[in-house]
Design a binder for this molecule. Structure first.
Ligand SMILES: [Fe+2]
Length: 262
């Protein structure tokens, strides 16, 4: 694992006592640290059983369907997770509340894309919204909540970066390989949407990073979140494929059968 460059500089004060001064983080330094962390995960993904199968065009429709199911459960939580992050903004960070909430709103309904893709592949999706996610999916969702509430809320930017930057980098290859496997475009809307729309979301992240990440500690936490999200995302996909045929054992979730009066 790479360590980030310290921006602390030791200087001598006029009274000859040594003081530590935190140097401002440049845009380039922040961007490089985050992309290096992502690249580390991308290297791991190359040898990951599931991601390597997608890259080689060996992932079957059966496996793709199992993955879409967990993507549905995960994507459903993301707008609410991003909204939660804003509750921790203080001082000038509050200027980002509107931008964060707009970004979060634009992610609403992406879970439905995954369901539509499953339906286009002939799956009965009626029971999916009320089933429990696989534990590996719950771990990924839980990490985002934990990062925001109990570690450093700005680390959330690393979680978001992994989710937005990965489809921009790898989405076109995944689409090509799945099409070669016979998956029709009507069942590729989730990846299609993220390979295109997330380009503008990555620009938003650059603004968040520029203005919100001010210390080396914050940047280290963002890089930790990129690596952690990348690891947990891989576990979710591995688990989706592994649990094909035994998925029902996790049962239905009573909290998801709630009916809101609209
Ligand atoms: Fe996005």
């Amino acid at each position: 694992m790479k360590t980030t460059i310290s921006t602390k500089q030791i200087i001598e004060s006029p009274e000859s006592s040594i003081i530590e001064v935190e140097q401002p983080l440049t845009h380039e330094a922040k961007s490089k640290a985050m992309k290096d962390a992502w690249q580390e995960v991308a290297e791991e993904m190359k040898s990951n059983r599931v991601f390597a199968a997608i890259q080689r065009g060996e992932l079957g429709v059966h496996e793709y369907k199992a993955i879409l199911r967990e993507i549905f459960h995960h994507a459903r939580e993301n707008p609410q997770i991003q909204a939660l992050a804003t509750s921790f903004f203080r001082g000038s960070e509050r200027e980002f509340v509107k931008m964060f909430l707009k970004h979060a709103t634009s992610e609403v309904g992406h879970d439905q894309l995954a369901l539509n893709d499953l339906a286009a592949l002939g799956e009965d999706v009626s029971g999916i919204p009320t089933e429990r996610p696989l534990p590996a999916t719950t771990a990924l969702i839980s990490y985002a909540f934990y990062q925001i509430q109990f570690r450093n809320p700005l680390g959330y930017i690393g979680y978001l970066f992994f989710l937005e930057y990965t489809p921009v980098q790898n989405g076109p290859t995944y689409l090509k390989r799945l099409r070669e496997k016979g998956v029709p475009d009507s069942a590729l809307s989730f990846i299609q949407e993220h390979a295109t729309v997330d380009i503008s979301h990555c620009r938003l992240i650059e603004k968040y990073v520029d203005q919100l990440i001010r210390t080396q500690d914050d940047l280290d936490e963002v890089c930790y979140a990129i690596r952690t999200t990348g690891q947990l995302y891989q576990r979710m996909l591995e688990s989706a494929v592994k649990e094909i045929g035994t998925r029902k054992q996790w049962g239905q979730s009573p909290t998801e059968t709630k009916k809101a009066k609209i």
